[in-house]
Design a binder for this molecule. Sequence first.
Ligand code: DLL
Length: 422
Amino acid sequence: MEKIQLNRLKKVLIRAYHSLPYYRKKLEDAGVNVYDIRSLEDLQSLPFTTKDDLRRAYPFGAIAEPMRNIVRIHSSSGTTGTATVVGYTRKDVDTWAELMARTLCGCGVTAEDVIQVAFGYGLFTGGLGVHYGAEKLGATVVPMSTGNTLRQIQIMRDFGVSVLCCTPSYALYLAEVARENGVEWGKTKLRLGIFGAEPWSEEMRVEIERKLPIRACDIYGLSEVIGPGVAFECEARCGLHISEDHFLPEVIDPQTGKVLPPGEVGELVFTTLTKEGTPVIRYRTGDLSALMYEPCACGRTLVRMKRVASRTDDMLIVRGVNVYPSQIESVLLSFDGVEPHYQIVVKRENYLDLLEVQVEVAPQFFSDEVKVLERLKKQIEERLKAELNVHCEVKLLEPKSLARSEGKARRVVDLRKKEGMV
Ligand code: DLL
């Protein structure tokens, strides 16, 4: 594997130097010569690529091929700022399909399966990425895209769908709509869920598996690197295998940029080894994870990454205390009767940060005495305080009070930003 990686790395660096002006400038500024790279460790001497570099290159400055060789474009808008644009050559589209076939196979999909793709089709990489991989694998693809949940359920039933692919938050919404409409899952063929594109906790997985008749698998990827197809969970569920013959991973300390040893949590960085259209060198993902090189029970030798629970930039600082939304999710879902639908609101009143967690609870709590509701609220607040070290006001909401998302869920509303920092 290391031989393959080094071979491919040398080629991609030389290509990047000659065809990406923004990266050539970085190399020259850092005084590094790509022809001097002789080992995988030498990679550490190269500058990083950031989302801002790609944004500055908008629209086509990060594309390393003449446009006539580009057969597909995807773009990631993110929640803020200019979009990043990635281009795929014919070979890239084929490689991506192969990698997605590997991903789906690793999760347990076979040619016998009927797979409903409920990721968005369009500039977002989720829909088409999964689609091509599922076809390559020989599964039967139902290209639903997002939305129209009742129809999603009807098609699932009528077409004998066995695998559902979407964001984990949408899977929960779909389960809720199905329950309201009296769907009997036993009469369907659904058996497997493949979820990704947003962080989800182990507790969320338990909820999903309780509400749908499936085993839920995690897949990870990002547009700048290729889309879905970067890493996948196997049946052992001990992290996600990275397709490291195509994406060379590193984990760095986000502050110092120094590479961290295996097992330590830091920011994931990827170098694409085979991509032609938009190669990226040491791309800083902003995602927090750790690399695991120990053998996996499944027998695969591909390195594993810890599931991504949070990003370097979704850490909230509330009264000086660092708070990750994933910590809040884990606490909430450890309570019986608390639904996996929540929103975190941070505001500032009289120069003081206030953290509010709004969460839906099961219908019976609203028919019970007020005292029961009060007790639950107190218990959650106490547990959150113990976990986060900062007080958090909990608001219990009736079922279906919060807006549902069809794609990536928006968990945090930080009102301080609008009000301006004091
Ligand atoms: O979300 C690609 C994708 C599509 C992955 C479908 C999986 C399934 P972007 O829109 O560019 O691409 O967003 C990438 O989403 O940096 C992570 O922060 C987050 N993300 C993706 N997968 C996971 C996951 C797609 N399994 C960004 N767990 C990444 C946690 C994830 N976060």
